[in-house]
Design a protein around this ligand. Structure first.
Ligand code: IPE
Ligand code: IPE
Ligand code: MG
Length: 243
């Protein structure tokens, strides 16, 4: 690991494989989510240590409401438990938590935990942790289009003023830099409706490890792989020749 390797400002993770991890052990899928929560702690710690500024975790997609009720309830319970058990440590570590997604459909108990964790960690300055919770990238873009259309209809902006910058600012990620690195665990090679606009120039990494087995070393390996990538943004990069 070289000292001056480039560190991504924003790492986004699709935490996948909890169900398979549990099934392989003859356990209920819920047990996989519980085990996955421990990997969340490891990832946050590794990111903070490395100097990453933003971590976004795909926690629950809008499509995940279609799962069996018992599994959904277990995930909601786990979220509430994690808020209560982690809040002190997160404050101590300077982690600011933001929840990104639609607030409708959440039970009252979950909504109050969302407000509680956001308010109690608001002063954190080391790392911003964004939890994509009831998140759908396509719906996020539709809402942005609606918000912009409304402003046009009200005469606040002209159609010609709609540009990439305004669209970005109308998304749920407004003010957050685009992810530099997106990691998806469990050997699945897709984005599943996650940060589709924001991922335009992200580096993608798909380790085989199931999310509950993801460790700080795995996170650091991802950073090493990122540091070895060449980001070209559609340009021709001149080779640095030593003559
Ligand atoms: C990811 O693990 C966690 C959530 C979607 C909430 P999965 O539950 O999708 O695990 P697999 O893909 O079934 O193994
Ligand atoms: C994406 O994983 C959502 C989260 C990790 C929260 P899924 O397991 O739901 O995605 P698909 O169904 O494999 O595409
Ligand atoms: Mg999955």
């Amino acid at each position: 690991m070289s000292e001056n390797r480039s560190i991504p400002k924003h790492v986004a993770i699709i935490m996948d494989g909890n169900g398979r991890w549990a099934t392989q052990r003859g356990l209920e899928r819920q047990e996989g989510h519980i085990a996955g929560a421990k990997a969340v702690r490891a990832a946050i710690r590794a990111a903070a240590t490395a100097g990453v500024d933003y971590v976004t975790l795909y926690t629950f997609s809008t499509e995940n409401w279609g799962r069996p009720e018992a599994e959904i309830n277990a995930i909601m319970e786990l979220f509430c438990y994690m808020v209560q058990s982690q809040v002190e440590e997160l404050i101590k570590e300077g982690v600011r938590v933001k929840i990104m997604g639609e607030r409708s459909r959440f039970p009252e108990k979950v909504l109050s935990q969302i407000d509680y964790i956001e308010e109690s960690t608001a002063k954190g300055e080391t790392l911003t942790l964004i939890l994509a919770f009831n998140y759908s990238s396509r719906r996020e873009m539709v809402f942005a289009a609606q918000a912009i259309a409304r402003r046009v209809a009200e005469g606040q902006i002209k159609v010609e003023e709609i540009d990439e910058e305004l669209f970005s600012r109308s998304l749920m990620t407004a003010g957050v830099p685009d992810p530099d690195l997106i990691i998806r665990t469990s050997g699945e090679y897709r984005l599943s409706n996650f940060l589709l606009w924001q991922a335009s120039y992200a580096e993608l990494y798909f380790p085989e490890v199931l999310w509950p087995d993801f460790t700080e070393e795995d996170f650091n390996r991802a950073l090493d792989i990122y540091a070895g990538r060449e980001r070209r943004y559609g340009l021709v990069i001149q080779e640095k020749e030593e003559r």
